[in-house]
Design a protein around this ligand. Sequence first.
Ligand SMILES: *[C@@H]1O[C@H](CO)[C@@H](O)[C@H](O)[C@H]1NC(C)=O
Ligand SMILES: *[C@@H]1O[C@H](CO)[C@@H](O)[C@H](O)[C@H]1NC(C)=O
Ligand SMILES: *[C@@H]1O[C@H](CO)[C@@H](O)[C@H](O)[C@H]1NC(C)=O
Ligand SMILES: *[C@@H]1O[C@H](CO)[C@@H](O)[C@H](O)[C@H]1NC(C)=O
Ligand SMILES: *[C@@H]1O[C@H](CO)[C@@H](O)[C@H](O)[C@H]1NC(C)=O
Ligand SMILES: *[C@@H]1O[C@H](CO)[C@@H](O)[C@H](O)[C@H]1NC(C)=O
Ligand SMILES: [Zn+2]
Length: 436
Amino acid sequence: MELTWRVSQLIHLCLFSQTWLSGYCHLYNNRYAGDKVVRIIPQSDDEVNEVKNICSQLQVDLWQPSTFGNILNNTTTDVHLSNTSSETLLTYLRRANVKHSILVQNLQNVIEQQNHSTLRRKRRSLPKYDYEDYHPLEEIVKWMHHMNRTHSNLVHMFSLGTSYEGRPLYVLKLGAKPSSAKKSSKREVWIDCGIHAREWIGPAFCQWFVKEAVTTYKTDPVMRKIMDLLYVYVMPVFNPDGYHYSWTHDRFWRKTRSKMRFNCYGVDANRNWKVKFCEEGASFNPCDSTYCGPYPESEPEVKAVAQFIHKRRKFIKIYLSFHAYAQMILYPYSYQYDAIPNYKCVESAAHKAVQAINSAYGIRYRHGPAATTLYLSSGSSMDWAYDIGIPYAFAFELRDTGYYGFLLPDGLIRPTCIETTLAVKNITMHLLRKCR
Ligand SMILES: *[C@@H]1O[C@H](CO)[C@@H](O)[C@H](O)[C@H]1NC(C)=O
Ligand SMILES: *[C@@H]1O[C@H](CO)[C@@H](O)[C@H](O)[C@H]1NC(C)=O
Ligand SMILES: *[C@@H]1O[C@H](CO)[C@@H](O)[C@H](O)[C@H]1NC(C)=O
Ligand SMILES: *[C@@H]1O[C@H](CO)[C@@H](O)[C@H](O)[C@H]1NC(C)=O
Ligand SMILES: *[C@@H]1O[C@H](CO)[C@@H](O)[C@H](O)[C@H]1NC(C)=O
Ligand SMILES: *[C@@H]1O[C@H](CO)[C@@H](O)[C@H](O)[C@H]1NC(C)=O
Ligand SMILES: [Zn+2]
C-alpha cells in the first residue's frame, strides 16, 4: 500500500523557501550562528573546579555529560556556548593551559548542512515512509496510525494519557496474540525513546525497530520468537512537547515544556521519577537543563508511563530507554555506586549486547553501571524501573561519541539502527533463557 506522507508546516523554519535556499533565511532563525561546541578534559581537581566555575558563569549548555556536578578529572565534557561566551571560555582555557578542543566551530552551519526531509528536501511527499530520515512529530503520529491500521495482527496502538500541552502519549504494543490458554502468561518488554527531546536518533530507532518487527516477523526466527512469546511496548516519542519544540524553536531543547518558576520551562523527564528524587546529579533550579521538577512525577508524561509500567510490573521483565550520545549500554544504579543484586545476569546481558553491536560495523560501546560508567544521577527512569522489580533495566546511549553529537546525520540512522536492533534482540533473547 502506498501512502503519501505530507510534510507538515513548521513555524520558524524557512521550509522549502527559495529565500532560504539562496541564503537569506536560516533554520531556527539563525540562532546558533557562531555557536561552538568545546570539549574540555580537565587534568586535575583544581582545573575541574575552575572549569565548573567558569561554565556556571557563562551560559553554557552541557552536552555530555550533563550536569555541572559531574565535570570530572581526566574526563571529557562537551559544552555548547554562544559565539560571545565561547571567546571568554576559550581565552580562559588557553591561558590556564586546560586540555580542550573545538568540536564544532559554527553550530548553525552544521544544522544547515543536515539533510532531513522536512528541513531540506523540496519534495513534499515521499512514496513510502523513509526510515532513514528524522521526522517531525506529526509525521511520526501519522506513521503510528498507519502501522496500527495495516499491521493489526502485530501492532496495537493506544494512548497512555496526554502531555502537558495536551498531546496524546502514544504507545505501540507489538506481538502476536497468543492462543487463549497462554494469554495471561506472556511476558513483556518496555521500550521508550525520546525522553530527551534533542536526542533525535532515539525516536528514529524506535520507529526502525517497529518496522523490523513487522517486516521480519515471517523471515527472522529470532524476531518471530520475540513476537510470539512476548509483548513489546514501544513508545517512540516519550516527550512529544519537547520533541516538537526541538523542531520548531530550539534544536537543543532537552526537557518537557511545562511552565515553571522564574519564567523557565520544562523538567528533565529523566530526573523526575520517584527514586532518590533530586539527590545526586539533578538540579533544583527550574532554569537548568537537569531540573528534577517540583516533586516526583510532576510531569504528566512521567506520571502516565510510571502508572502504566507499575500496573504491569508483574509482566514487564525488561525496561529499555534510548538516549544519545555516548555509545554506552548502562544498567543500574545511577544514583549510587553499589552493585545491583542480579549484577551477574545483567552484566552478561549488557556485555553480549555490546558484542552484538560491534558485530555489525565494528562500533565500540562501553557498558557498565551508570554511576561509574557515565555519572551519578538520581530520579532516572531506569533506576525506577529496576527498583519496582523489573530485573533487566538498561539505558542506551546511542551514537556517536561527540563528533556530531545530537546532530547525527541522517546517513547514520541506518547503521545505528541496524546495530542497535541486534543489541535489543540479543538482550530480549537473554530473557528467554534462564540466568542463574
Ligand atoms: C563571532 O564573534 C566574532 C568575534 O567575537 C565575530 O568576529 C564573528 O563575526 C562572530 N560570528 C558570528 C557568526 O556571529
Ligand atoms: C587528577 O587526574 C590526574 C591525571 O588524571 C592525576 O594525576 C591526579 O592525581 C588526579 N587528581 C585527583 C585529586 O584525583
Ligand atoms: C585519563 O583517562 C584515560 C581514559 O579515560 C586513561 O587512558 C589515561 O591513562 C588517564 N590519564 C591519567 C594521567 O590518568
Ligand atoms: C547532505 O547531502 C550532501 C549532498 O548529498 C552531502 O554532501 C552532505 O555530506 C550531507 N550532509 C550530511 C550532514 O549528511
Ligand atoms: C488501533 O486499531 C484498533 C483496531 O484494530 C482500534 O481499536 C484502535 O482504536 C486503534 N488505535 C488508535 C490509537 O487509533
Ligand atoms: C547475542 O550476542 C552474543 C555475543 O555476540 C552471540 O554469541 C549470540 O549469538 C547473540 N544471540 C542472539 C540471539 O542474537
Ligand atoms: Zn538523554
